[in-house]
Design a protein around this ligand. Structure first.
Ligand code: TPP
Length: 659
């Protein structure tokens, strides 16, 4: 192996050497503990340490780094205390996730490290988000993110690189090309020869390096990060060639790896080669190595002792449930006495504008939201008022943009992401349900992101522009879900959602945009999340609903003057207002739950179960539900009307009253 020390001092060389030795020695210890059954699982980075160590040491400690499962050297090079690291591995409270996530699945803003989620690829867009915040804040910092060669097959890789390229984000994407993704060799993972060949495809610089040569890694990342800091731009793709010397994880072995390959790469061991070089150069002596090893071993042993001495966590259901969310008590901002007629669409636009004024750190991202004003024209004129930095047209990549929202939150910024249609959220689903929703629970990092969801049917737009998909998110702890049915709530709930530091999925019904006007307060105000609204008061039945359902219920009750109904608009679906539900059930004893979403697995099922469990003694009839058919949303108007529940409502009310 060829080491070129350039003008690097002995001190730096020794620092790099110690940097390599630390993760190697920890790993050697972990392998012993694994054999003794004292730890459950281990992903080894043996043979790949030069990449983690060289890259981390080339960055400043203030720069964010986003490691994967073989990057122990990132954590040790950032001087994460061993006792905490080991406590993390053992699921102890003193770790970084309060025992809630394992191994390297954690982040820590104390050390500017954002760990992965198991899904690998989502990590890459989070780096984009941190870099965007740096770029907007004019902080001259690089952000570095790792991926394996296998993980790079995921769409997230493409999306993250593409957005970073288009937005000129200062990100260093490092592909650790170690030959295998679990048991799958590169030849079955991709067809191209080199990752760097992708650079021109994205219009970005790409360099290939020997990932086992710590000096080459350090020198490359040092140069690139200096360039990124200076220009405030990038990105750059680095392909670091290396090899996975152990199994995917320890239990999976390496039987499928040809022996010649192992032998070849064993000779290229990053630690042994560098050690020999330093001995030859007389920068290092055998005695120094011995001393260093003894002192590292003492650090490891004392870290382990401390971690082992800590008991396993004691579970508290209340703490576990509460910790899904960043603690936030909303203080509703009252409406002023200045009101004017506004359509639903204007109320949303108003809420966005006033939130942009209130929060200079708020950024709107979405397809065609800038000059075009969004497909529903809700952000029309925003670019002129707030500028292109804050009103950002995005490439067509829902997953990356939502991940960017999380990255921005890490840098204490707020994001509002517009889905062009709620249906397209499927392409960003993973980021929402696994990254945004779980990050506070996992490592106390809130995701200050609102996702706007133009939803619903009735406009003959077919199966992919009409869906109701709130139930997917209703089932995901860590999210909040709101669904206003009128202009007044639309503005108040939107402002509240943006104010809330937790991820909020905000549904807005397309049918209501221009068909509904209301007296809406002209000034900024918020509507409390989690509070239902009793739209009409009655005594015979309760119709519990939200969104379009409120209007269907109102209409049907107009033509049923002999029946008097409480119509309860839930407004917030997660959390939903149990007290308001209880109150109306107690009052009427007859309940119809109505929603536009399909019946099976819809929110009505949960509310119905809750009523059955908590209000059974007040019921005079079975709880009834009316919802859309359990089919996709059809295109042709007669089919669509048949799909929707409205036409079945009169009979359901009759059934309920007559029971
Ligand atoms: C979305 C997803 N699919 C599959 C897996 C299972 N899995 C975990 S790591 C891995 C291989 C990753 O290979 P690579 O990115 O090359 O990293 P390496 O393990 O080689 O360091 C697989 C298939 C996963 N974690 N997430």
């Amino acid at each position: 192996m060829n080491f070129d020390r350039k003008k690097y001092s002995n001190k730096l060389l020794l620092d790099l050497y110690e940097g390599l030795l630390r993760p190697r020695m920890i790993e050697e210890k972990m392998l012993i503990l694994l054999r003794q059954g004292k730890i459950s699982k281990w992903f080894s980075g043996i043979g790949q340490e030069a990449i983690s160590v060289g890259a981390t040491k080339a960055l400043t400690d203030e720069e964010y780094i986003l490691p994967m499962h073989r990057n122990l050297g990132v954590f040790t090079s950032r001087n994460v205390p061993y006792d905490r690291l080991f406590a993390q591995f053992q699921g102890k409270i003193h770790g970084f996730t309060k025992g809630r996530d394992r191994s390297f699945h954690f982040g820590t803003n104390d050390y500017n490290i954002v760990g992965m989620i198991s899904h690998l690829g989502p990590q890459l867009a989070v780096a984009d988000g941190i870099a965007l915040a740096n770029q907007l804040g004019k902080e001259s910092k690089a952000t570095l993110v790792f991926t394996g060669d296998g993980g790079a097959s995921e769409g997230d890789f493409h999306e993250a690189l593409n957005v970073a390229a288009v937005w000129n984000l200062p990100v260093i994407f490092v592909v650790e090309n170690n030959g295998y993704g679990l048991s799958t060799p590169s030849s079955e993972q991709f067809k191209f020869k080199n990752f760097i060949d992708k650079g021109p495809g994205y219009g970005i610089e790409a360099v290939k390096i020997d990932g086992n040569n710590v000096l080459e890694v350090y020198d490359t990342i040092d140069k690139l990060s200096k360039k990124l800091r200076k220009n405030g731009g990038g990105p750059v793709l680095v392909e670091a060639m290396t090899f996975r010397m152990r199994g995917h994880e320890e239990a999976s072995g390496t039987k499928y790896v040809p022996k010649e390959l192992m032998d070849y790469w064993a000779k290229k061991d990053p630690l042994e080669n560098f050690e020999q070089y330093l001995l030859n150069e007389k920068v290092l002596t055998k005695k120094h190595i011995e001393k260093l090893r003894a002192s590292i071993l003492a650090d490891i042993d004392s870290g382990l002792e401390k971690a082992y001495s800590e008991a396993l966590p004691v579970a508290s259901t209340q703490v576990e449930v509460e910790d899904m969310y960043y603690p936030f008590e909303q203080k509703a901002v009252e409406e002023s006495d200045s009101f004017s007629e506004k359509r639903y669409v204007d109320a949303i636009s108003d809420g966005l504008k006033q939130s942009l004024e209130k929060y200079p750190e708020l950024v709107i991202m979405g397809q065609d939201v800038a000059d075009y004003g969004g497909v529903f024209k809700i952000t029309e004129g925003f670019v002129d008022k707030f500028g292109r930095d804050r009103i950002r047209n995005t490439p067509l990549c829902e997953s990356a943009i939502i991940g960017i929202g999380l990255g921005m939150s890490i840098k204490k910024r707020k994001s509002l992401v517009e889905m062009q249609f709620a249906d397209f959220v499927t392409c960003g689903f993973n980021q929402i349900v696994n990254n945004l929703a779980k990050s506070h629970y996992r490592w106390q990092q809130n995701a200050d992101v609102v996702v706007r969801m133009p939803t619903g049917a009735g406009v003959a737009a077919g199966p992919f522009h009409s869906q109701s998909n709130e139930a997917w998110f209703f089932h995901t702890p860590g999210l909040k879900v709101v669904y206003p049915s009128n202009p007044r709530d639309a503005k108040g709930l939107l402002c509240a959602a943006i104010e809330d530091p937790n991820p909020v999925i905000y549904f807005e019904h397309k049918m209501l945009y221009r068909s509904l006007t209301d007296e809406v307060c002209d000034d900024y105000y918020t509507t409390e999340i989690g509070k239902a609204n009793l739209v009409t008061e009655g005594s015979d039945i309760s119709i519990i609903t939200y969104g379009m359902g409120v209007h269907w219920a109102k209409e049907i009750m107009k033509s049923n003057p002999e029946v008097s109904a409480d119509i309860l608009d839930l407004r917030s679906l997660l959390p939903w207002d149990k007290e308001a539900v209880r109150k109306t059930v107690e009052k009427t004893g007859r309940v119809l739950i109505l929603h536009e979403d399909c019946l099976t697995g819809g929110i009505g099922g949960e509310i119905s179960a809750w009523i059955g469990e908590h209000c059974f003694e007040y019921l005079d009839a079975p709880i009834l539900r009316e919802a859309s058919l359990d089919t996709a949303v059809p295109f042709s108007p007669p089919l669509e009307q048949n799909f929707l529940p409205k036409g079945r409502l009169a009979q359901k009310i009759k059934d309920l009253v007559e029971f």
